[in-house]
Design a protein around this ligand. Structure first.
Ligand SMILES: NC(=O)c1ccc[n+]([C@@H]2O[C@H](COP(=O)([O-])OP(=O)(O)OC[C@H]3O[C@@H](n4cnc5c(N)ncnc54)[C@H](O)[C@@H]3O)[C@@H](O)[C@H]2O)c1
Ligand SMILES: [Zn+2]
Ligand SMILES: [Zn+2]
Length: 389
């Protein structure tokens, strides 16, 4: 079969690889009908995530049709059409029992990415995310093996097209969980850093939950224009405004926003010092968005961080966090927990996540599509890849 494989930083290729096989009793084999490139894939593409090997198949946002089922699968049958969450969860451990699926203790045979880990078990295995995250082959492929199939894949109604439901696999639940973590509700004033796909989903969910004002910070005008036009967000381009947090404090009558949501993560732009330190490996992550979020949020407010972080940041203003009495919520999304609710919101028309799509490509063109998304060429917001298109 064809699959998008990793061969080093900025080197991904569509290769012919062996078809996957059923391994465990509760596996399914899925024929992929649609898959997407995530901002998280860009961290891998840029060589920033350890534990990838040559030939690893990437991709953790995908859906398709069940081609074969293991003998232990009782929730699905051949021919079912499903969306698959990027987090692989057992459904039975301490964390799964509290619906904290991305913390599942039983699906990651790798080391995980916690630095000061002691002998702690790692969090859930993830599709297409390197061997520290379990080494599972991803779904940017014609076929994929889906383990723990009684817990993850969600059947979707035929009246909804692939593009309408595909983002239940990751970015929609991620935006939604980020907004729930930020306790956004009717009347909220919220700042969303990053107008990428995750930022767009957070804006959509904040709007749905009744936020009164939504500020969005980015430096790509075409991305900012999208959230302004579709959701009425108040946008700030950080190339044109030195200090977006100062601007937000001013525009909120010197109080700050109720919550800030970091939909950017550790590769944030804008701090020359941190970019240089990261290049010299003296710093793992850029802290600029976290600093901006702390500064933009009102006393006793919340900072929600769906953007991925790794390692440490020197410039972390713990004192301001304390002085303002802020709370922080972070982490990989508990995708399975949110999928059924969000499917209902798609069915009712309250959410239309497919509006974020800017590019549709055959899987065979996936390598070029990565380059376009990475460089934000051609006003790229979100790429959907279709095997056999
Ligand atoms: N927690 C999870 O489970 C989860 C799931 C999916 C994605 N993510 C993470 O969410 C983040 C965003 O993903 P995406 O798909 O939207 O990626 P993306 O790379 O397309 O978007 C990131 C956006 O942030 C903007 N940005 C960069 N520096 C900024 C700054 N200083 N201030 C404001 N905006 C800035 C960029 O211009 C870009 O538009 C990534 O880190 C990704 O890994 C996390
Ligand atoms: Zn993702
Ligand atoms: Zn579990």
């Amino acid at each position: 079969m064809q699959a998008l494989t990793y061969h080093g930083a900025h080197d991904v290729r569509v290769d012919n690889v062996p078809d996957p096989q059923l391994v465990q009793d509760d596996d399914i084999l899925l024929r992929v009908t649609a898959t997407a490139i995530c901002g998280s894939d860009l961290h891998l593409y840029r060589g920033k995530v350890p534990s990838l090997k040559h030939g690893d198949i990437l991709g953790h946002e995908f859906m398709g049709v069940v081609e074969d089922v293991g003998v232990g699968v009782d929730k699905l049958r051949k021919g079912d059409r499903v969306v698959v969450p990027f987090t692989i969860a057992c459904g039975q451990c301490f964390f799964c029992e509290q619906s904290s699926f991305s913390a599942c203790e039983r699906t990651n045979p790798g080391e995980g990415l916690t630095v000061n880990k002691k002998s702690l078990r790692p969090g859930a295995g993830l599709f297409g995310f390197g061997h520290a995250n379990g080494g599972y082959s991803g779904g940017q492929a014609e076929f994929v093996r889906v383990p723990r199939a009684n817990v993850g894949p969600l059947k979707v109604p035929d009246v909804l097209g692939d593009e309408e439901v595909l983002f239940l696999s990751d970015i929609l639940p991620t935006g939604y969980q980020a907004v729930l973590n930020a306790q956004v509700g009717p009347g909220s004033v919220v700042v969303i850093f990053g107008a990428g796909p995750v930022g767009c989903m957070a804006v959509a969910c904040a709007k749905m939950l009744g936020a009164e004002r939504i500020f969005v910070v980015d430096h790509h005008d075409y991305r900012l224009a999208h959230v302004r036009e579709i959701y009425g967000a108040e946008v700030i381009n950080f190339d044109e405004c030195d200090d977006p947090a100062a601007e937000i404090v001013q525009r909120t009558d010197y109080r700050g926003a109720d919550a800030s949501i970091d939909c950017v993560g550790f590769e944030a732009h804008g701090s020359k010092l941190e970019t240089t330190m990261a290049a010299l490996k003296l710093e793992v992550a850029s802290g600029i968005v976290i600093r901006q979020a702390i500064a933009a949020t009102r006393r006793t407010g919340i900072i929600s961080i769906p953007g991925v972080y790794a390692g440490f940041i020197h410039g972390f203003l713990i004192g301001d966090l304390f002085d303002k009495g802020l709370s922080i919520r972070t982490g990989q999304t508990h995708v399975q927990k949110h999928m059924p609710t969000l499917l209902r919101h798609i069915e009712s028309g309250a959410l239309t996540p497919h509006t974020v799509i800017s590019h549709r490509q055959p899987l065979s063109e996936a390598a070029a599509a990565y380059a376009v998304f990475d460089k934000r060429e051609d006003e790229c917001r979100k790429v959907v890849l279709k095997p056999g298109m």
